[in-house]
Structure formats: C-alpha cells, structure tokens
Design a protein. Sequence first.
Length: 227
Amino acid sequence: MLIHIPDVLTAEALTKCRTILEAAPWADGRITAGTQSAQVKNNRQLPEDTPESDALRAIVLEHLNRNALFLSAALPRRIFPPLFNRYEGAANAFGNHIDNAVRICAATGERVRTDLSATLFLSDPDDYDGGELVIEDTYGAHAVKLAAGDMVLYPGSSLHRVEPVTRGARVASFFWMESMVRETERRRLLFEMDMAILELRETQGDSAPTVNLTGCYHNLLRMWAEV
Ligand code: NI
C-alpha cells in the first residue's frame, strides 16, 4: 500500500532545508548502495557524517514525530536517520532495485529492519522534469511525484526506481523504518481502522460503539505490536 502524507514539512521548514542543502557537500550516491543496486544507482547523496546532514535530519525527524497520519500509518519502532539525495545532470536516475532488508545506523551501530520506505520530496515538482518514483506492487507500477514537503510511504519489500531527471534538480529525503507491526497487511488493517474511528468520532462523537471499536483497535495493536 502506498500512503501519501501531505505537508510533512511546513513552508518555513522547507526553506530552512533548502538553505542548508544549497551549501551541502554532495557525494556519489553509491556510498550506501549494496553491490547490486550500485550498478543501477546514479545520483548524488549527502554523506551521513556532515553537520548539514545532522541539521537536516533533526528538522525531518522533528516534523515526522508530530505527524499523526505518519505515526498511524507507519507505527514506527525505529527510524533510520533520514538521508538526502539529488538527481541532476549526468547523475540523474536510479534503476529498479529492492532496498536492503536491514540497515545499520553508522552513528549507533543499531540495526533497523526496513519494513517501510519513505521518500520526502523537497523540490517543487515544477522545477524539474522526470524524477518520478515508480513503485511496483501486485496492482502494477505507480509513478509518484509529490509537492515539496509531501511524503510517500511504501512497503520496504517493493521493487522501485527513480526515472531520469531531464531538467532541473530533484532533491529528496529518504529513509526506512522498522514498524511495531511487521506485516504490511496487519499494519494496513490497523491504519484503515484508525482512520475510520477518527471519522466516526468527528461525525458522531464518542458514542458507545465508537469507544468499543477504539478498544478493539488497541487490543489488536497489543496483540500484534513488537516494542
Ligand atoms: Ni531504494
């Protein structure tokens, strides 16, 4: 399931990120690729151990942690520190690949199982051509190109690619999460239930059936969550 999370970053946060990104020391994107994906990866990436990366990560994580839609959809247990990439000029595409199942945080040595992948778009879509994130699932291929500040969440198990950027630059943040609920279908069920409960509470208040249903949500989460 692909989930679009709008307005993860405010306009103010976006401006701050762009200012930092303008002066950032971009490197070859293959620094974090496995040997197979290195063959199809052709972009630029911000090294993890720079002050620019630290500042950008802090902004992204702060906004993620207060985004109710993200928290409901991902039920995050661990978030791999966000990375930043740039597709432009000759380094403009990333062919089909599946992300590594487990990532190790350079700073802490902590392992993160990549249940979910996320791309947070930082460039205005009018400022570049191409650069769609294409995600394949059982329903076919989905091309994703979102407004600056918006994010897409998708299962880490998905085959995906970034189409060549033919004009301008596409800058994004990308990262992975281990979820408290490992199975995509269980997570999806909980998310749909949570959204339906939210709507019921808004339209009918906290009626007895809504309170019961909320209890069922929490009891399902208790049954399935690893914390
Ligand atoms: Ni990938």
